[in-house]
Design a protein around this ligand. Structure first.
Ligand code: PLP
Length: 423
């Protein structure tokens, strides 16, 4: 049953309550390997479900446009102070509704329409909001895109420097959604300085690893840092912008009144709770375990003949090129999902296939590590992935069903925060 319990929801809207229950069971029974997902704590779940959702509080603590901020002001101040302390940043804004609006705020703070902006191209692991063509950021600004190298699968820093000096972008983005390797923030900072650009680090995927000391921090290198709060950081759906004191005003003005109205106070409270959790020593151990699991899983996949972009991983994320396995990403992902192994199909660098049916799979270890799985379990996970990928190529549903049962059996030994099967 759900924890916190939802008796009123069951009574008032059994249809929605039933679907929530089914989703909880699905999350319990599946090996959740989507690199951007996690399981939040019961405390974070409780904070998101509070009466704070009733409140409006446009503005910032001490400078609001609505009355009745006696409790919201200290909540937001706690979230801001905890964010600054956890990351060692001079300034934090915890109001962006999610990662994409946080990134838009950076555009509003530092660019005029039509200005050049530089980012890692989407099929190479960048994010839509770093100037990709279908995004407003690619339509309203002039995108300059850098790539990864074909031979190493890593960002081509020579190309970044050459492009930055030639195109003179106002903002350079580093970070992305499918980068299995450590981001060299000092190198980006030096290039940005040379080119006269603002360096924006989008650490949405790795914020929890940074907080836990398992990935170098962009603080001290990037002028502005955006992050979601719900990926490795293990908080509610939301985002933050960290910056130097110099850019604090521009960032705050861009978020409100530039882009948004009232902040989501229930989310702000849940962010504060997640930041408190992330400051505990246990979270550093979690972050290290996320990376250790990914490294062992990557090694086990390499042993089984899988091509991994960049040859492995430094963080929570693995990007597989399935070309040599004779199956495309989408049918493989769908078979894996039927087998209780949830992940996403993903483009790989220089992918000859279309974005909606690409060659790769993306895997992350943040959620299964929260569940309590350690390195010892990773060879088994790799073996299941391998069996199901081969089964997908041969359309062998019997294997898929057997693995689904084995996954359910394994996960019954690893409790999930927020739900347990009724005994
Ligand atoms: C997830 C992600 C975002 C967007 O976050 P949303 O909350 O989905 O809008 C932005 N940048 C990067 C690098 C991400 O991984």
């Amino acid at each position: 049953m759900h924890e916190p319990a939802v008796p009123h929801l069951k009574d008032q809207d059994p249809e929605i309550a039933g679907l929530v229950e089914d989703e909880a069971r699905r999350q319990y029974e599946k090996l959740r390997l989507i690199a951007s997902e996690n399981y939040v704590s019961e405390a974070v779940l409780e904070a998101t479900g509070t009466v704070l959702t009733n409140k409006y509080s446009e503005g910032y603590a001490g400078r609001r446009y609505y009355e009745g901020q006696q409790n919201v002001d200290p909540i937001e101040t706690l979230a801001v102070e905890r964010a600054k302390a956890l990351f060692g940043a001079e300034h934090a804004n915890v109001q962006p509704y999610s990662g994409s609006p946080a990134n838009l705020a950076v555009y509003l703070a530092f660019l005029e329409p039509g200005d050049p902006v530089m980012g890692l191209s989407l099929p190479m692991g960048g994010h839509l909001t770093h100037g990709w063509s279908v995004s407003a950021t690619g339509k309203w600004f002039r995108p300059v895109r850098y790539d990864v190298r074909a031979d190493t699968g890593r960002v081509d820093m020579d190309q970044v420097r050459d492009l930055a000096l030639k195109e003179r972008p106002k903002v350079i983005w580093c970070g992305g959604t499918a980068i299995p390797r450590t981001i060299d923030f000092p190198a980006f900072a030096e290039i940005a300085r040379e080119a006269g650009a603002v360096l924006a680090a989008d650490v949405a995927h790795i914020a929890g690893l940074i907080a836990g000391g398992a990935h170098p921090s962009p603080v001290g290198h990037a002028d502005v840092i955006t992050t979601t709060t719900h990926k490795t950081l293990r908080g509610p759906r939301g985002a933050m912008i960290l910056s130097t004191a110099e850019h604090a005003k521009a960032v705050d003005k861009a978020v409100f009144p530039g882009l948004q109205g009232g902040p989501h106070d229930h989310t702000t409270a849940a962010i504060a709770v997640a930041l408190k959790e992330a400051a505990r020593p246990g979270f550093a151990a979690y972050a290290r375990q996320v990376v250790a699991n990914a490294k062992v899983l990557a090694a086990a996949l390499l042993d089984r003949g899988y091509d991994l972009i960049s040859g492995g991983t430094d963080n929570h994320l693995i990007l597989i090129d399935l070309t040599s396995k004779g199956v495309a990403g989408k049918p493989a992902a769908q078979a894996l999902d039927r087998a209780g192994i949830e992940l996403n199909y993903n483009a790989v660098p220089f992918d000859p296939r279309k974005p909606f049916d690409p060659s790769g799979l993306r895997i992350g270890t943040a959620a299964i590590t929260t569940r309590g799985l350690d390195e010892g379990r990773m060879p088994q996970v790799a073996a299941w992935i391998d069996e199901v990928v081969q089964a997908a190529a041969k359309q062998d549903e019997a294997v898929v069903e057997r693995v689904a049962g084995q996954v359910r059996e394994l996960l019954a030994g690893y409790p999930m925060p927020g739900w347990a099967p009724t005994p």
